[in-house]
Design a protein around this ligand. Sequence first.
Ligand code: MN
Length: 379
Amino acid sequence: MEKRVSFIHCADIHLDAPFSVLGKENLSAERRKDLKRTFEKIIELVLEKNADFLLVAGDLYEHRYVTRSTITWVNEQFKKLGRKPVIIIPGNHDPYVRNSWYRSYRWNDNVHILTSENPDYFDENLNVYFYGIGFDAFHQETLPVQKPPEVLPERINICLFHGTLKMQFTEDPYNPAELDYLTGLGFDYYAVGHFHTKDEGLFGKGIINPGSPEPLGFDEKGEHGVYLVELTKGDTLKRQCTFIRTQQRAYYELDIDIGDVESTDMLTEKISNTLCRYDSRKNILRINLTGRLNQDFHVDVGFLERRFETDCFSVWFTDNTKPGYDLEALSKEKTLAGVFVKKMKERIDNADEKEKPVLEKALYFGLEALFEGSLNISE
Ligand SMILES: [Mn+2]
């Protein structure tokens, strides 16, 4: 008989993460609210898609920062799922330590926490066997010692794993497991967590790492969400997955070349256009100003931050511009640079429209080599 189950697979939500890097407490608090909004969205998705289960593959919350009221709130969210089971494993940020909320809190009946002491749960109604490999400590360099799984072919078998899948050339001391070891256990699906960037490259082997449903920093670019997975098992096994975006905000790091800017008005206009394109009222931006500045123009990062504060949720500016050269004054010098500028200017004056920009670039490369001793060809 063919069996079919569907579930939402998420991981690495990191509820109550401090977000201290944002620098302002009101922004950090807002980001913690974002995590809760994203979590609510995940709960709504389970109901909306009428999924059979919710799987949380580790790092649901940050043990070091999480408050009791957040834990109570999480449990209330789980209650919204009624009888639908929630399967959780502890990750390296919410490990199964002595004072873990997974031990001390009285969770709703539909919540099943798989630990090294009790690593499995069998759902009789839907004939699904769950097995978890999580964390007993904040740092764990080998897999926890626990009873082996009981994978039976007549059931649907799902493994939750928080850690690093060891592939060639990768070393990571967080629960490292050989890919062959894990797939050799014979599960129909592996709900992985730990890395915050989504990865469905191993879905052919039944493995997905969904990443963080809400990005936590500038190293977590790209899209963030959860997976809706459907498994159908009869004579053969069929797997289907759909990525669903859940994030409230995105992180962007942008370079803006302001070499053509001649006034503060031009500069603010150029930046405004970029902020608009990246929806700065919502997203979190880091802007790197580049280019060779016009002679008498200077960048005031503090001014820019004040000027754009109200147009942005959070924006940082860094000034990586280079000073311009006073070509007029240089061409009069009796130095190597002076002769070079004079010759190049003559050539530029006589060049056609196509050749001109190339020669101008060559002029600046030459000056850079003379004055700074090195070239930044990426310009
Ligand atoms: Mn994590």
